[in-house]
Design a protein. Structure first.
Lengths: 251, 251, 251
């Protein structure tokens, strides 16, 4: 699929996805969102894949929605469908049983920044930049704000959303939008380390853990513990957990 | 209104409010809260104003509630009314369609710190200090804790609330209570930059975006996206958004 | 009780608890959890105690669950009971009317890290390390994730949970898992300062404040303010608050 909007490559247990429309700044057109959604679903269903790394071809990670497409119609229902498609894509990343890691080597803007915020983990070269700058054009980044405000503090999120300013990778890491800014001289090390670490764990524990994390985080503590306690007991019944613990106890 | 408790000054599209009771450390007496609430409402209703900067006269930004007023009665209902008035003021900052930026040049204590936490953005000179130190007098800062715990992490909030300790501006910025600590030599630059940036955006996008941000942040992700997706489609119907995007596409 | 699993010592108004099973890395066996729960309840009920400091004997703060005990049965109900006991212990720390401060001088792993995250405050020597590394054995730290994700940002929590990696004390402080990393040369200063500060406040204000903080933080802002406003008025009726404020006003 080398001519596709999203390149898919299985690299051992690591599924590599590459946004591949650099001539249009990897904009999240309806076609691009569909391609990314399909590629995610394929890796989600592939038992050989344990972790997904999402990168991008070209100088820009992702510039956000395809503005020409947004302006190709004035139909409210068509616009609602587009944003609903985008929201469903972001939620699908969270619902994917395999961790998704953003590998950012350029600017991530508006829905592109939302994509980074929506990934489970994110690493960026220290020259990468991030903005939710739709407000500059009069289109406030309300949906990117959903993901952003669940990753960073309130005042950081509001400053980015209200002023449209760009933040560098180091600042993005300090606020929690990404896990770490990495030297441009060695842009892959942190991503590869995280991906290989995750790929080495029992995938059923990862899947259960990621699912339970997403469920418990929106609950009150008592309810969160009820959900998570039952999940721990269930997890302890997995053959891989029994073997893992028994191996540890024999050390 | 130069003798008022809160000075109001329209400076182009920037509405400047100044707490103006320095002799009483700009305490949030019932009269001060009413004056601030009225001044906010006036700017909220003034179509020429696009952003509000809240500063203070004198060495102290705001020392919190007027303790003498609190002790002027033992009537529980009167006390409940005072704290309800204060809570309504803080919620009004969030509900204001125009972003409110705190400009802190001195100590912000108890409900004064709550005021800073409640503003959308906040910048402070690096000599400013922050505390929620009511516990020192036996009056735990429970209402300031509402705003504080929505701006900073749990352990930072609890340390400030339980020990009453003061934190400097740099530490306040690191925890997320303010956006940035700025050199005392140039205390206005960051505030003015943010205010001018916001004033340059289409106000209807800012108003919609701020309202949706406040709504979505308390919802589960699925519900947050439903609200925000519809808002994006609505926003795209604004004339200013169409013009902004069309202008961008023609570049 | 020098031979107990948890040592209890009243030191003036400070209640000191020490996990005391260093030969088993202070693992949270059912017996250890019961002992800690009892010791907490005793200090909670003791009017002479105003703050609790939780430390540990030996090189490791706490290694998490007792894995041999977990593997001593395959009974799902028995496992559910164990995790429910652990969750109840963590919630009891939050429900304790006296602040609980973790004093970490070694590794805090899995449910041991959860214990640190669950304490109101935490200070660690700069050589301490933290992990929620159950995933390494195939047992995802779902219950530790409940406490962790309420203390630190989403991406920090997920990285620790998914990769199992250890973070040092400085990084743990930067993410909000602990309040501060302290030099190993003077490991007690920060803990003692916080404990003495809290012990010097009116305990009824601390108890009310801690209870209200826990209640309000899970509510929408309007509801949080309703709860906290009423609590402020109630607090103002305390004799200690009246005296504290009156003393301040006479200065």
């Amino acid at each position: 699929m080398t001519d596709a909007l999203v390149l898919s490559q299985a690299d051992g247990a690591i599924g590599r996805l590459t946004l591949n429309d650099p001539g249009r700044a990897n904009a999240l057109s309806s076609a691009m969102m569909a391609a990314l959604s399909d590629a995610l679903a394929d890796f989600a269903a592939d038992p050989a894949i344990r972790v997904i790394v999402l990168g991008a071809a070209g100088r820009i990670f992702c510039a956000g929605h395809d503005l020409a497409e947004l302006r190709s119609t004035d139909d409210l229902a068509a616009h609602e469908a587009l944003f609903a498609q985008c929201s469903a894509l972001m939620l699908a990343i969270g619902a994917c049983p395999k961790p998704v890691i953003a590998h950012v080597r350029g600017a991530a803007v508006a829905a592109g920044c939302q994509l980074v915020a929506s990934c489970d983990l994110a690493y960026a070269v220290d020259t990468a930049r991030f903005a939710v700058s739709g407000v500059n054009l009069g289109l406030f980044c309300s949906t990117p704000g959903v993901a952003l405000s669940r990753a960073v503090g309130r005042k950081d999120a509001l400053e980015m959303l209200l002023t449209g300013r760009f933040v560098g990778a180091a600042e993005a890491a300090a606020m929690g939008l990404i896990n770490r800014a990495v030297p441009a001289a060695d842009p892959d090390a942190a991503v590869e380390e995280a991906a290989r670490a995750i790929a080495s764990k029992p995938p059923e524990a990862i899947a259960l853990g990621k699912r339970v994390f997403g469920r418990q985080i929106v609950l009150a503590p008592e309810d969160a513990y009820a959900v998570a306690s039952r999940a721990m007991a269930e997890n302890l019944g997995f053959q891989s957990a029994k073997q893992g613990i028994d191996g540890f106890l024999k050390r």
